[in-house]
Ligand binder design. Structure first.
Ligand code: UGY
Ligand code: MN
Length: 244
């Protein structure tokens, strides 16, 4: 019998690389797409996918009105074209694409692996939707938090209520963790980009490693402590809305 570290809890899933079973999506052609979470996994309101683009492969996403996309480069080199602008997606590069923007994404001379978040934009009366945005995780230094050895970098503007989600990189020195067990209304999609440690989800302590993905539903009790190496994760969190 096969075993794995993957778990499906009441309010979370842990999906490890050993659990991946790739699918496809029409706009990515034959590129393997691992659907880490979609709204089929109730109550998720996001799709988060791992897309492996073969070298030179290009693909076009038509406008899906109302759906916004966030792309993050994990490996290789890709280029995103939208509205006449080109964004480079090397490892650590990212692009935010609002719902009224079609885009093309193509790998360069080497295969590229991308993490993609898709969700329905939730407008707020009187607040205009965001414009496309791109950058790299190292464009700005990580900010210290109240916990020594725990730093974070916000990839999207957290103070702008036009954005209905944040993407943050959380970095922990060995042995450092979150300072509480959080229970909150917002949901998370978490991708471990480096290191590993122990994640508390509901009442279970689970070993996590680079390449793992965790979906946390609203009000999922959660905490983390890094293991014996520096650890990082990329975290989706819905913000500025209350889910009605
Ligand atoms: O911002 C957060 O909600 C974050 N501290 N949660 C987490 O890392 N699980
Ligand atoms: Mn949280």
């Amino acid at each position: 019998m096969q075993t794995s570290r993957g778990v499906r809890g009441l309010s979370y899933t842990l999906v490890t690389p050993a659990n991946h079973y790739p699918s496809r999506l029409p706009h990515f052609g034959d590129a393997p797409v691992v659907k880490l979470v979609t709204p089929r996994m109730a109550p998720s309101r996001i799709g988060e996918y791992l897309v492996s683009l073969p070298a030179g492969a290009g693909t076009a996403r038509p406008v899906e009105p109302g759906f916004e996309t966030f792309l993050y480069g994990l490996e290789g080199e890709a280029t995103v074209l939208t509205g006449g602008e080109a964004f480079a997606l090397h490892a650590g590069g990212f692009a935010y694409l609002p719902g009224d923007h079609a885009y093309d994404v193509a790998a360069g001379d080497h295969p590229a692996r991308l993490l993609m978040v898709k969700r329905r934009y939730e407008p707020f009366p009187g607040v205009a939707a965001p414009q496309p945005l791109c950058g790299h995780r190292d464009d700005e230094p990580f900010a210290d938090t109240d916990v020594p050895g725990f730093r974070r970098r916000e990839l999207l503007p957290t103070a702008d209520p036009a954005f209905d989600f944040n993407m943050s990189v959380l970095a922990f020195d060995p042995g450092v963790g979150l300072d509480k067990v959080e229970i909150h209304d917002e949901e998370h999609g978490l991708y471990m980009t480096a290191g590993g440690g122990t994640y508390l989800l509901e009442d279970r302590e689970l070993e996590v490693r680079a390449g793992d993905f965790i979906y946390m539903a609203p009000y999922c009790p959660q905490s983390f402590v890094a293991g014996d190496e520096p650890s990082e994760y990329l975290l989706y969190k819905d913000v500025w809305r209350d889910g009605f």
